[in-house]
Write a protein that binds this ligand. Structure first.
Ligand SMILES: CC(C)(COP(=O)(O)OP(=O)(O)OC[C@H]1O[C@@H](n2cnc3c(N)ncnc32)[C@H](O)[C@@H]1OP(=O)(O)O)[C@@H](O)C(=O)NCCC(=O)NCCS
Length: 188
């Protein structure tokens, strides 16, 4: 079990990509372009056409300095291309719980199995390395690919928050999902 952030940079290997502790070199105009993308903005609340590189720089800086967030770049091995990010946090070390968030911003890499594998590797890291009891997230109800990869990896739906978010003149339902450390289920 762990009570504070691992200080050393972390590298987690997937089959054809890696999760690298986020680094300044990944703050690029390409990253900004993901957040300005119309389709990404339909599933990521904070994405919108007005995002600037300064916004991204500030956010990434906060994530890198944060003691209760692990922030990773998803990087393809074949071409060292940064295609998205994974955020594990905020972590509550007392509760041993962790919020999950991810974005594969480069749409050329959607539907190739990367997202599912990122979830699996991230859960192994949370449960085995960090000793978390629970990982949870919220996802917009219309984001079917995301719900699919979370369900495939053992997340269960804990509720639907109706009309929870308002964006661009519309209300959106939000699905709350969570997974308990398999080694700690049924311990009540
Ligand atoms: C959601 C996201 C992480 C998925 O990553 P990915 O690498 O494309 O996912 P995978 O290829 O591993 O799996 C996608 C699954 O969704 C399925 N899928 C795709 N479109 C679908 C749709 N419209 N309805 C239902 N399922 C769909 C695919 O068939 C695949 O399932 P399968 O492996 O059983 O065939 C990625 O699309 C993304 O980052 N999107 C933008 C940001 C985002 O949504 N982040 C999550 C916020 S909670």
């Amino acid at each position: 079990m762990i009570s504070k952030k691992i200080a050393e940079p972390i590298l987690i290997h997937g089959s054809n990509f890696r999760l690298e502790s986020f680094n300044d070199k990944y703050v690029t105009e390409e990253y900004v372009s993901w957040l300005r993308d119309k389709e990404i903005a339909e599933v990521i609340i904070s994405a919108n056409p007005n995002v600037t590189i300064e916004n991204v720089q500030d956010y990434c800086q906060k994530m890198m300095e944060s003691n209760d967030n692990y922030f990773f770049a998803i990087v393809m091995n074949a071409n060292d291309k940064h295609i998205g990010n994974l955020r594990l946090g905020p972590i509550d070390y007392d509760q041993r719980s962790c919020r999950y968030g991810m974005m594969i911003g480069n749409k050329d890499y959607h539907n190739k199995g990367v997202g599912s594998e990122v979830v699996k590797l991230a859960l192994d890291f949370c449960f085995q390395t960090l000793g978390m009891h629970k990982v949870f997230l919220d996802v917009l109800e219309h984001n079917k690919p995301a719900i699919k990869i979370y369900e495939k990896n053992g997340f269960e739906t804990e509720g639907i928050q109706r009309d929870q978010f308002y964006k661009d003149s519309k209300y959106y339902d939000v699905r709350i999902m969570g997974i308990i450390n398999p080694k700690e289920r049924n311990t009540k």
